[in-house]
Design a protein around this ligand. Structure first.
Ligand code: DCP
Ligand code: MG
Length: 363
């Protein structure tokens, strides 16, 4: 299949930027004593008995095998002398807004997709060398003004730009020109395609599909029988075809807060008090970024990792902790079945301004 890289007369040029070890880099900025150190942002390790997870860590900490979402207790075992810091959420929101302002200043369509990543459609620049100059300038500006490093991918499609930005992290700039699109993708493991997680990867492996080349060449009817109609888009992506556009203000919009109990609990008073604290905290996060929300979602993870969530959309926008608390308790009553709870969380979404980012914080 020929890659569909030409839209109209000239290829699109999409820039994807992702900040390097974002929360950790923000913490290290302005604290030279942390430079070059293993820094882990997340729950309190409590001398190896802590129960939350790692949000992120510096590249020095990654050399010890520490990764995002790993239990903090495991991180402590891997590197007990690391500097463990609790997340400072409002600070990351501010830094994120500063990064996005630098991107926006160039006047191209911008789509923020998480707290630390965004797409820019820079097709108007006309050539990859011109886009490369812009990418270098953006990296310089972010480093000079914010003291932070990022990685950038430039490609004719969003999916490939995103894959490219990850290739030479940290500090990378990876350019995939139209003629190199297929050869860039072909040898990569299928897991590199955004949306292919552990489960799909295992299913594809079972079918003998390991690389993106394997996926592009596989019998589409067999793929459809296994994965449904979504297999068509998947195989298109493997062949370098991706018409998705940079949609301005289409970022994920939620603020959340969750906590892991130090011991699994069915103590209703403790659970209710924890819910109050989480609701208050998340409302504070909301007011830090001057937002009001309409949708409240409560998450309960029981012993054994069975997770239940329930959401409710309020008739009016609110930032009022009491209103959010009441709603959260109603939802909690609906999903709490008396079993012991491991983790409790709350998420606020449906904001009245589009100036929002996805932010999750586990403490
Ligand atoms: N994050 C989190 N929990 C996760 C993953 C990420 O809290 N499981 C937060 C912390 C990260 C930020 O989101 O700093 C951005 O996520 P990335 O996946 O981009 O990770 P980093 O920016 O930390 O590292 P990288 O250099 O790999 O992009
Ligand atoms: Mg990042």
């Amino acid at each position: 299949m020929e890659p569909d890289i030409v839209q109209g007369t000239s290829p699109r040029i999409i820039l994807h930027l992702d900040m390097d070890s974002f929360y950790a880099s923000v913490e290290m900025q302005g604290r030279p004593e942390l430079r070059g150190k293993a820094v882990v942002i997340g729950a309190d390790p409590n001398h190896g008995k802590g129960r939350g997870v790692v949000a992120t860590c510096s590249y020095e900490a990654r050399a010890f095998g520490i990764r995002s979402a790993m239990p903090i207790s495991q991180a402590f075992v891997l590197c007990p002398h690391a500097v463990f810091l609790p997340p400072d959420f409002p600070r990351y929101v501010k830094s994120s807004a500063d990064v996005m302002a630098i991107l926006k200043a160039h006047g191209f369509p911008l789509q923020q997709v998480s707290i630390d990543e965004a797409f820019l459609d820079v097709s108007q620049l006309g050539t990859f060398p011109a886009a490369t100059d812009l990418a270098v300038r953006i990296k310089d500006t972010i480093l000079t003004h914010l003291g932070l490093t990022c990685s950038i991918g430039l490609a004719p499609t969003k999916v490939v730009a995103k894959i490219a930005s990850d290739v030479h992290k940290p500090g990378g700039l990876t350019i995939v020109e139209p003629e190199n699109l297929v050869s860039f993708l072909a040898p990569m493991p299928v897991r590199k395609i955004p949306g292919i997680g552990k489960k799909s990867e295992a299913e594809l492996f079972e079918m003998g599909i390991r690389t993106i080349r394997d996926l592009a060449a596989f019998d589409i009817q067999v793929l459809i029988a296994r994965f449904g109609r979504s297999a068509i888009a998947l195989q298109d992506i493997a062949a370098g075809i991706d018409k998705s556009e940079v949609k301005e203000q289409d970022g994920v919009k939620s603020v959340s807060r969750e906590t892991t109990f130090s011991n699994d609990t069915d103590d209703e008073q403790l659970i209710a008090a924890t819910m109050d604290a989480l609701a208050e905290e998340v409302c504070r996060n909301l007011s830090d970024v001057s937002l009001h929300c309409r949708t409240v979602t409560v998450k309960v993870r029981y012993q054994g990792f069975v997770t239940r969530t329930k959401a409710r959309t309020l008739p009016h926008y609110t930032g009022d902790p009491a209103t959010v608390c009441t709603c959260a308790h109603t939802l909690l009553r609906d999903i709490f079945d008396g079993r012991k709870i491991r983790l409790l969380g709350i998420r606020l979404s449906s904001f009245d301004t589009c100036d929002a980012r996805q932010m999750t914080l586990e403490v």
